[in-house]
Structure formats: C-alpha cells, structure tokens
Design a protein around this ligand. Structure first.
Ligand code: BV8
Length: 248
C-alpha cells in the first residue's frame, strides 16, 4: 500500500492543477448511506422508483418520504477526514477543484472552495410547476408540510436535485469539463456507473491528466485509471496528505 500512496503523493507534489470527483463513498464514514453498497439507500428502494420525475409525478408523497428520511439522516452527519483533506487542498491551492455527485452538502460544510455540485443539494427545493421562483434552501427536518409546497405559488415543491432522465445544469457540466484540464484527476468513492459524471475520468485522461481512483471495490473506472488504490477514502486521503507534508 505504501508504494501506491507514495506514487500518488509524488504526482500530487508535481501537479499544479488537481481535480477530484467524489461519490457517496466519501460520505460513508460520516454515516450517510451509499446508494449501492450493503445497507445502501437503494437497498429497500429502486432508483427508478424514486429518483425520477415520473416517480414524483406518480407519487410525490412517497418520493418526499424518501428524501425526508435522507435529510433526517444527513442532518446528524458531520464531514469526515476525507472531506477535510479535500477542503484543505482547495483552500491551500486556487488550482484545486472538487466535483461531487453527492447531494449531502458535506463538502460545503467542510469549507471546500471551487466545488461543483453536479446533482444539486438535498437541502434545496424548487417549484415542481416551474412557477419561476428561484430554488430556495430549507434545512428544517422535517419540513413543515408534506409534501412540501412552493414558497412562491403554494403549489407542489420538489427536491432541487438532478433525477435520472433529467439534464444536469450546463454551467455545472461545463465547469466539470473545464476542471478535467488538470495534471492529476482523482475519482474517489464512486461506483462510476452514473453518467455524465462517470465519463469525466475519460475526459481527464484525454486531456493528459494522471488519473487515480480510491475505492473499496473494483469499478468500471479501475481499469481506466493510471493508479487504482483499494481502501477507505477517510484513511487514505489523510495518509496522502501526511506524505505531502514530508520533505521531498
Ligand atoms: C442525464 C441525485 C441527459 C438524486 C443522482 C435511460 C434513461 C434516462 C437516462 C439514462 C438512461 N440510461 C442511462 C441514462 C443516463 C443516466 C445514468 O447514468 N444511468 C445509470 C444508472 C446507467 N444519467 C442520467 O439520467 C443523468 N442525466 O444523463 O441527462 C439525459 C436526459 C434525458 C434522457 C437521457 C439522458 C442524471 C444522473 C443523476 C441522477 N441523480 N442523484 C439523489 O441523490 O437523490 S444519481 C445517484 O447515483 C447519486 O447522486 C450518486 O451520486 C450517483 C452515483 O452513485 P455513487 O455516488 O457512485 O454511489 P454508489 O453507492 O453507487 O457507490 C459508492 C461507491 O463508494 C462504491 O463504489 C463503494 O465501493 C465506494 N465506497 C464506499 N465506502 C467507501 C468507498 N470508497 C472509498 N472509501 C469508502 N469509505
């Protein structure tokens, strides 16, 4: 393990621009269930049943129940060492960017600079009927009304997250693509199954980045990266940070 950590630390020492893509695995140590792991969020539900506009149109109350359950869970979670190291890197260097698929906002709470939240935030809501009201933040758990209502038109409100079959914001996609022009690209704690996020590692490779993965398991990205490290992000990232502090 030592040599892969040292190898990645070496690349990071030499790098000017570093971009990190994170998934649910970086929040696992904080107690936020992952989607597909054991005891994952989707264990008792199927994504198609819940994280889609069709599901919401069919049964907004059920979809809100799932989000309220997740909001309550996430409300009691704190950022872990993985979030802290990544946040520190973005504070120490203006050329470090974090792109996350997570909607738990733990990267925000850790103080991460230059954060691209590809799939939105579970703490933000927007009008289901597109009445024109800008999205708003409401961290109350539970929300005062079920299903939640729009603060502007009083109609149905929805979580301001990107569901399957919905396009991501072009600003976020462009920011993520721009960040792929980097020296080191790391994909951490994601099963690399959901697009377009999962396509970013190929984009970074095409831009000449050294690519690395940190994950507990082998994923479709593992064979595409230059260096695949198997382990816990909350343990490996602090180890890499410690190597970077060592005199070279
Ligand atoms: C789009 C937000 C254009 C909501 C999420 C058919 C119809 C329509 C679309 C498609 C289709 N077929 C394919 C698509 C595209 C689709 C897609 O990719 N589907 C997949 C399933 C094949 N993508 C989309 O629909 C996207 N939009 O393409 O728009 C378009 C428009 C119209 C029609 C077609 C295309 C939108 C995708 C966004 C979906 N929203 N979430 C919410 O969260 O409630 S996705 C959801 O999965 C999460 O956001 C999460 O980010 C994402 C990926 O999951 P992961 O983060 O990777 O988590 P997972 O549990 O899977 O893995 C955790 C990993 O961590 C594991 O590998 C584990 O080993 C590791 N781990 C665990 N602990 C640790 C660890 N690693 C390190 N340390 C640890 N301690």
């Amino acid at each position: 393990m030592f040599h892969v950590i040292e190898r990645l630390a070496e690349e990071l020492r030499r790098a000017r621009r570093v971009t990190v893509l994170t998934g649910a695995g970086v929040s696992a140590a904080s107690g936020v269930p992952t989607f597909r792991g054991a005891g994952g969020l989707w264990g008792s539900f199927r994504a198609e049943d819940l994280a889609t506009p069709e599901a919401f149109a069919r049964d907004p109350r059920l979809v809100w129940e799932w989000y309220e359950w997740r909001r309550a869970k996430i409300a009691s979670c704190e950022p872990n060492a993985a979030h802290e190291v990544l946040a520190r890197w973005t504070i120490e260097s203006p050329h470090h960017t974090v792109i996350t698929q997570n909607v738990d906002d733990l990267h925000v709470r850790a103080g991460t600079q230059r954060l691209v939240r590809l799939h939105g935030s579970i703490w933000e809501l927007t009008c289901w009927n597109d009445c024109g009201a800008p999205r708003w933040r409401d961290e109350r758990v539970p929300l005062p009304a079920q299903p939640a209502t729009c603060t502007s038109c009083g109609g149905l409100a929805r979580p301001a997250v990107v569901w399957f079959g919905e396009s991501l914001s072009s600003d976020d996609v462009n920011a993520a693509l721009a960040a792929c022009s980097c020296d080191v690209f790391m994909t951490i704690g994601t099963s690399a199954l959901v697009y377009p996020a999962a396509g970013l590692v190929q984009h970074a490779t095409a831009k000449g980045a050294f690519t690395a993965e940190i994950n507990l398991e082998v994923t479709p990205a593992s064979s595409a990266v230059d260096l695949a490290i198997q382990g816990n992000a909350e343990l490996i990232l602090p180890e890499i940070a410690a190597h970077l502090l060592k005199r070279v």
